[in-house]
Ligand binder design. Sequence first.
Ligand SMILES: Cc1cc2nc3c(=O)[nH]c(=O)nc-3n(C[C@H](O)[C@H](O)[C@H](O)COP(=O)(O)OP(=O)(O)OC[C@H]3O[C@@H](n4cnc5c(N)ncnc54)[C@H](O)[C@@H]3O)c2cc1C
Length: 446
Amino acid sequence: MRCKQLELGGWGRTTMASVSAYRPERVSAAADTVRALDAGSVIAYGGGRSYGDSAVRADGAVLLTERLDRILAFDEDEQVVVCEPGIRVADMQAFLIPRGYSLPAVPGTGFATIGGLVANDVHGKNHDRHGSFGDHVCWFDLLMADGTVKQVAPDSDGALFAATIGGVGLTGIIVTVCVKVLPMPSNAVQVTEMRVRDLDEFFELFAEHRDRAMYSVGWIDALARGAKLGRGVLELADPSPAGLPAGKARKLRVPFDMPGILLNRLTISAFNALYYRRAPAGGEVRQKSLTEFFHPLDAIGDWNRLYGSAGFHQFQCVVPEEGGPSGIRRLLEEISASGSASFLAVLKTMGGEGRGHLSFPMRGYTLALDFPARAAVTDLLRRLEDITLDYGGRIYLAKDSVMSEAGFARMYPALREFRAVLDRVDPNGLFVSDQALRLGIRGPGR
Ligand SMILES: Cc1cc2nc3c(=O)[nH]c(=O)nc-3n(C[C@H](O)[C@H](O)[C@H](O)COP(=O)(O)OP(=O)(O)OC[C@H]3O[C@@H](n4cnc5c(N)ncnc54)[C@H](O)[C@@H]3O)c2cc1C
């Protein structure tokens, strides 16, 4: 199969790599490609919405899944959909929602693919209630290092199943997925937005509402300090029985890399303060389309260019419930004291562990935010990693571009089981990414 030389990277654009890209249209062509590459290295590349280096291998090959994007079956009695991995979340939702269903876990962008959702065991704003994407996967077909395709389910090869859910593409290429869907009465949610004056109030409101609302998410002004530390807006939402008329979504686009100088403490503080005041002090109930609620940032095409050509890092960690509030406070204090500008941070609750060896979730609180790529930010990210470790938390592989090998090993205790599966199914290390090498998951001696 012919390949093309491309410069590809993660959504944060700090990890660009020159790769040989293959774009098969059929699983059989993907299998031929894998067989032909048996002495090299390859990794799956879905929608490219991971932020760091998990879907690229510099000077190696990537298998683009974008043309493996068919819906193969929909069984309404069993409430399952079977599809190829390259279909995007937005396209799957456009299929499911008119039929009265939704994907069970929906990330903040509709440009991610189903393969990416499995490989990062993605969570949505309903993690407390419904867990992460992997919790709903019935089985998948995996293109293995020897070029064969194997159907994998929890009761057929439980270890390979657990290694592939959240396994960042390292066990092989997922070529078919069967996933259970969630009933959804309409295309809209009823959202309550509340202004939250500080971090303590956030935790009080989470405690009060996390078992009641189906969806919840907090937007935090990460530059606020002192008594205002952790102020923001909490959104709680439940499916709306009545839908909204299908409107034409307005789409803006960032046409070029913005000069980095425009992003500074002053401009970002002003934006965050405006957002905080947007929610009335007494709260407000609004109906929003599922698209607007799930994917607010998708309304601005190529928004990653706002951070300039140097790109940006995203940091996302989860800290366990016990000690969580003080862990999140320490992280926010470190961030606001650093002055490193970041647009709104996201604070969410998480319900429990995922099914994968490298699944990110644990019961507690997860904090996510962006930092423009500057020299001082790398040191800040190291300090945030240390705080996360002090509180027994972990950093999300989908967002990572700088985590240390030692930190990673401490955060992911099932790494040994994960490696044992890789040794069994891919002893020569065909499937490898730059992230896997950086974190010592694969590489010399492994
Ligand atoms: C704006 C935005 C909001 C986000 N919000 C959330 C959120 O709310 N919750 C959350 O959990 N994540 C979130 N993410 C992260 C995103 O959902 C994950 O990174 C997801 O994995 C991206 O899917 P992708 O198809 O773009 O995968 P890629 O970025 O292309 O790849 C990610 C990983 O999946 C592997 N992979 C992809 N396809 C396959 C396949 N067919 N077989 C095997 N491995 C494969 C790749 O090798 C790589 O390791 C967000 C990202 C963005 C940009």
